[in-house]
Design a protein around this ligand. Structure first.
Ligand code: ADP
Ligand code: TZD
Length: 596
């Protein structure tokens, strides 16, 4: 427990000396303060890292946290610190902590908090805030804002602590809210005055809570498990879809056993890639557009039927139009009891934590489960092999200039040779092509734009991935995507992190070929400075920059980066005509119904 020089703050602990001076009473021989109580409460709960950005009122807090042995990773913008915290939460199942100053700093962190909630990542945004009585009377304080009210609709829970003796409860509530049930973002508001408050050190210590069983197991009902297994048993064309909830759950061995014992083909959602190696013979990823409409029973494990799965209906699933349901029956394994039926009927919801659910399913399946009908497996294998062969042909080409495929052929080899490395990925084409071309071999190695398809996670995710895992990190970035967090290359260098950033530079958002229809001097809204040298950016901070115009140059630079573990940025020049508008989701762009 950190302590401070005896001080006074609360009326009960003080008496007036004859001189009129306030002195501490006998009980407060040793005192602690709000700063130390927050730090002690976090440490008590196994938090070892804070991602943040200092300033009033939390500058001293960052110093004291570092002095107390917490790792404090400082960023150049709070949004990146927030993304870092959220992905640390995903990787560790402990809430990632992001620390910001009031109003603007808080708002900068808020996007990441909302994104964490949307993605079911456990995270706590702790922001300092201004004088309550001035904020509430709207009298114009420094960085005045009613942060609690603003955070509330964007996160799972929001709390404010006003008194030092409540810090233990505040942190405990925040941790429970972040990691229990469906994980998510939590906001914790700590007014400036709280940090300076003092109290008796012993009483302070007693007020802290070490949270017992923060994410309790949720065991599924036996009837729900039976219903699901019965449905699966009758299936002629079963399919398993693994989502990032399955990756988060860290039930890797049981999930693999379930897939392998049933022999059912599976599709990994983007961040579930590697849960089983992408090269697994049961992976149907290369036959996705065949298996979705054809399957008769689909078991979703930690995946929602949101836009990423076309809401479980429409042509993707064999429906006649975008609202029409296909013929599938669904089993959904999820911790949220409200998730089922959100888009289409779920015939067999299995509600509980994935570890418990999968182990119950495994027990119910037993050892003599019949493999799915051979026709189904053969039909998938045929499509899959055809598509893989077609892709291999494309990847083997070596066009000038380099395109997404020839560059990703290199990335694919580097990731294969370094399966421990984490892969961060954002962009449009840079995202879609990487997801489909680069195989992952281990769980929780692929980190990307997630449920929102948000740009800007790149450097925050890369920093946290390196800090948390101590493994090399490869970040494949569209040039537009990179720009959202590019200044954090200084952070990579400052902490000497083993991160290799590859900017797929095609001179713009999606592509670099648009022209201004007016012929005026401004370039088109999607176009950047042509031939930009992003590699020079990292050199400014002592990192390694490399410029690659061919797959051979890219390979050499990536190999060197992974070997040396030095922060590296490779400017990979990609054909500016390659790629499509919005990558694979061109169809989501609205087009005017107005007749021309
Ligand atoms: P993806 O984008 O990969 O399809 P989603 O984010 O849509 O994944 O879905 C993840 C789902 O996993 C959410 O519905 C969430 O409630 C669920 N989930 C997260 N963690 C767990 C867990 N430990 N046990 C069970 N379900 C979980
Ligand atoms: N802003 C935010 C926060 N998220 C977004 N998804 C977007 C804007 C819109 N957007 C995309 O959906 S992808 C993208 C933007 C701006 C960038 C695509 O260009 P890129 O990738 O250079 O990163 P490619 O490989 O050239 O397509």
């Amino acid at each position: 427990m950190g302590t401070v020089e005896p001080q006074v703050a609360s009326g009960q602990d003080v008496k007036m000396a004859s001189s009129g001076q306030i002195v501490a009473n006998a009980q407060s021989q040793e005192a602690t303060d709000g700063f130390h109580l927050v730090i002690d409460a976090l440490k008590l709960n196994g938090i070892d890292t804070i991602f943040g950005l200092p300033g009033i009122p939390i500058t001293d807090f960052t110093r004291m946290a570092q002095a107390a042995g917490l790792r404090v990773i400082s960023f150049r913008h709070e949004q990146n610190a927030g993304y870092a915290a959220s992905i640390a939460g995903f990787l560790t199942q402990k809430p990632g902590i992001c620390l910001t100053v009031s109003a603007p700093g808080f708002l900068n962190g808020l996007t990441a908090l909302a994104n964490a909630t949307t993605n079911c990542f456990p995270m706590i945004l702790i922001s300092g805030s201004s004088e309550r009585e001035i904020v509430d009377l709207q009298q114009g304080d420094y960085e005045e804002m009613d942060q609690l009210a603003i955070a509330k609709p964007l996160c799972k829970a929001a709390f404010r602590v006003l008194h030092a003796e409540d810090i233990g409860v505040g942190i405990a509530r925040a941790i429970r809210a972040a990691v229990s049930g469906r994980p998510g973002g939590v906001y914790l508001d700590l007014p400036a005055k709280l940090f300076a408050q003092t109290m008796d050190a012993e009483a302070g210590k007693k007020s802290l809570i070490k949270v017992v069983d923060p994410a309790p197991k949720q065991i599924p009902g036996a009837d729900a498990v039976k219903r699901a297994v019965d449905l699966l048993k009758g299936a002629k064309k079963p399919l398993i879809v693994l989502g990032k909830g399955a990756a988060y759950a860290q039930a890797d061995a049981d999930i693999r056993a379930l897939v392998e014992k049933t022999g059912i083909p599976y599709l990994p959602m983007s961040m579930a890639k590697g849960l089983l190696p992408d090269t697994h013979e049961q992976s149907a990823a290369a036959a996705r557009s065949y298996v979705l409409p054809e399957a008769d029973v689909v078991m979703l494990i930690g995946a929602r039927l949101n836009w990423l799965l076309s809401h479980g209906k429409g042509k993707t699933w064999g429906g006649k139009d975008h609202k029409d349901w296909g013929g599938q029956k669904f089993i959904q394994v999820d911790i949220s009891p409200q998730e089922a039926d959100s888009n289409v009927r779920i015939d067999a919801p299995v509600v509980g934590d994935i570890g418990s659910c999968v182990s119950a399913l495994l027990a119910s399946i037993g050892s003599s489960w019949p493999k799915p009908p051979a026709e189904w497996l053969t039909a998938i294998a045929e499509r899959k092999n055809k598509n893989i062969a077609k892709m291999a042909e494309t990847l083997a080409k070596n066009p000038t200039p380099m395109n997404f495929h020839s560059a990703l052929n290199v990335v694919r080899d580097i990731v294969k040779a370094n399966p421990d490395a984490l892969l961060v990925n954002e962009g449009a084409n840079a995202l879609d092509f990487t997801r489909s071309i680069v195989d992952m071999y281990q769980p929780r190695k692929r980190l990307d734009v997630g449920t929102w398809g948000v740009m800007g996670i790149g450097m925050g995710f890369a920093v946290a991935a390196a800090v948390v895992s101590k493994q090399p990190v490869i970040a494949i970035e569209g040039d537009s995507a990179f720009g959202f967090s590019g200044m954090e290359v200084e952070t990579l260098c400052r902490y000497n992190l083993p991160v290799c950033v590859v900017v797929f530079n095609n001179n713009g958002v999606y592509r670099g070929t648009d022209v201004n229809p007016t012929g005026g001097p401004d370039v088109a809204p999607t176009v950047f400075v042509k031939g930009a040298r992003y590699d020079k950016l990292i050199e400014a901070f002592g990192g390694v920059g490399a410029h690659a115009t061919t797959p051979a140059e890219l390979r050499k630079a990536m190999e060197e980066a992974v070997r040396s573990r030095k922060p590296t940025l490779i400017n990979a020049v990609i054909d500016e005509t390659a790629g499509t508008e919005s990558g694979r989701i061109t169809s989501l762009n609205p087009t005017s119904g107005k007749k021309k």
